[in-house]
Write a protein that binds this ligand. Structure first.
Ligand code: PRP
Ligand code: ADE
Length: 170
């Protein structure tokens, strides 16, 4: 299957000059959805993650399905002010925004093996911030899984020391 055929380009969203990669067209296709989940989880089987961290909001779509495949638990990394208990947080920049991510302090135990999942790697600010929160909580990041990489934004440079699996690179 050519996953690219299922990913829709939307010019000038959410800002002028950004070509938005819309994954909803891939998610609604049963075969494309299955391929995404099997290929991302398959790559990390041997890493035996205890936890999959999904990044708000599109990481919440893929993360739990990948966690289920791997026999791992799921932990959300949420935008500021959404989690009810004490959090560890980090500010970061993305292709078109400045934001803060948070994870519950008690969501990751010392030494737990963590796979971080999101739909797309762009500048890498979001991914790097998430890894720094996980590590501040004592977790070990065993890798990153993304559907899409925008290689011209050089996000990989920010997570060069990790195992990164991407399904489609633009
Ligand atoms: O590599 P970066 O430059 O950090 O960008 C990647 C992030 O940007 C998008 O999320 P967005 O912040 O748009 O949030 P959303 O998923 O809630 O739409 C995408 O889903 C990644 O999380
Ligand atoms: N071009 C893009 N398309 C979809 N999600 C994104 N997140 C950051 N850049 C993006």
């Amino acid at each position: 299957m050519n996953l690219r055929e299922y990913i829709r380009d939307v010019p000038d969203f959410p800002k002028q000059g950004v070509v938005f990669k819309d994954i909803t067209t891939a998610l609604k296709d049963p075969e494309a959805l299955a391929e995404i989940i099997i290929n991302l989880s398959g790559h990390f089987e041997s890493k035996l993650p205890d936890i999959v961290v999904g990044i708000e909001s599109r990481g919440f779509i893929l993360g739990p399905a990948i966690a289920k495949e791997l026999g791992a638990g799921f932990v959300p990394a949420r935008k500021e002010g959404k989690l009810p208990e004490k959090t560890e947080s980090k500010d970061y920049d993305t292709e078109y925004s400045r934001d803060t991510l948070e994870i519950h302090q008690d969501a990751i135990n010392d030494g737990e093996r963590v796979l971080i999942v999101d739909d797309l790697l762009a500048t890498g600010g979001t991914a790097e911030a998430t890894a720094s929160i996980v590590e501040a909580l004592g977790g070990k990041v065993v890798g990153f899984g993304f559907m899409i990489e925008l290689s011209f934004l050089n996000g990989r440079e920010k997570i060069a020391n990790y195992d990164v699996k991407v399904l489609e690179t633009y």
